[in-house]
Design a protein around this ligand. Structure first.
Ligand code: ADP
Ligand code: ADP
Length: 227
């Protein structure tokens, strides 16, 4: 199990008779930044639900850092960090408190937890805000806190679902810059789901999902003319 990337092989999923994903396959190599681009209804949320094991399917295989999601879900999930689309911080807790519970969930406590929390906040350059209530932070800083929280257990794969939703242009740029930096400098494997074409141009790989199928897949520079 040496691979620290993400692989999706022949995955299908239906809601009753509605097929939301049809034979979807792609690989994100270790340390690569892949964008998953698709309009509303393309199947992005369904794919995310399968990647996070909210849903399961017998049709196809998902591997996170080499671990099969169906056969070794605990190991697969432990190798993955997730940033959900909706805001998920408790605004009345401090930034540090927001992360503490998640540290405990990952079996970290005491000084060890504190060290990991500091390190995660430092990776997102918000350690200086650790003692402030989430309510007092702007949207971009709250997002960075959620990304830090997703990295607390040091996963090799990071999934983000519409990570810039609701942010202004400057904050959006800041979030994408941070995630690109983590990917480049720390060898984090990233899957960035978005419906915004302007967020996919600097990525290593572009996966275009349309009506449950992969419409196109490849290097961003090669696909750019097709968009
Ligand atoms: P996206 O996140 O890209 O907007 P979804 O994964 O939410 O796409 O949806 C993919 C397709 O599956 C859409 O046609 C959507 O209407 C359909 N769908 C999603 N959830 C359900 C559901 N619970 N029951 C029936 N159809 C669904
Ligand atoms: P997103 O913002 O991720 O695109 P959607 O608007 O597609 O989300 O879906 C929001 C919720 O509604 C999800 O739980 C999805 O499963 C459900 N949903 C989407 N389409 C349908 C559908 N055609 N029938 C039933 N539920 C649906």
């Amino acid at each position: 199990v040496s691979n620290s990337g993400l692989s999706v092989t022949s995955v299908s999923y239906s809601y009753g008779t509605k097929q939301a994903l049809d034979d979807v396959s792609f690989d994100v190599a270790p340390g690569q930044f892949a964008a998953l681009l698709g309009p509303n209804g393309a199947g992005k949320s369904t794919l995310f639900s399968l990647l996070t094991r909210l849903f399961t399917t017998r049709d196809g295989t998902i591997r996170i850092a080499g671990f099969d999601m169906a056969k070794s879900p605990r190991q697969a999930l432990e190798k993955m960090g997730v940033v959900f689309q909706s805001q998920t911080l408790d605004l009345d807790l401090t930034i540090r408190q927001n992360l503490s519970y998640f540290a405990a969930l990952h079996g970290l406590s005491g000084r060890n937890a504190r060290t990991r929390i500091d390190r995660a906040l430092d990776r997102l350059q918000i350690l200086d805000r650790a003692g402030e209530k989430a309510r007092n932070l702007n949207g971009g800083h709250r997002r960075r806190t959620e990304i830090a929280r997703a990295l607390i257990h040091d996963p090799s794969v990071l999934l983000l679902d519409e990570a810039t939703v609701g942010l202004d242009a400057a904050a959006r740029q800041s979030i994408t810059d941070h995630v690109h930096r983590l990917c480049a400098e720390e060898n984090l494997t990233v899957l960035w789901a978005t419906h915004l074409t302007d967020e996919v141009f600097d990525t290593d790989q572009l996966i275009v999902l349309h009506q449950g199928r992969i419409l196109d897949q490849g290097l961003c520079a090669d696909l750019r003319g097709d968009l």
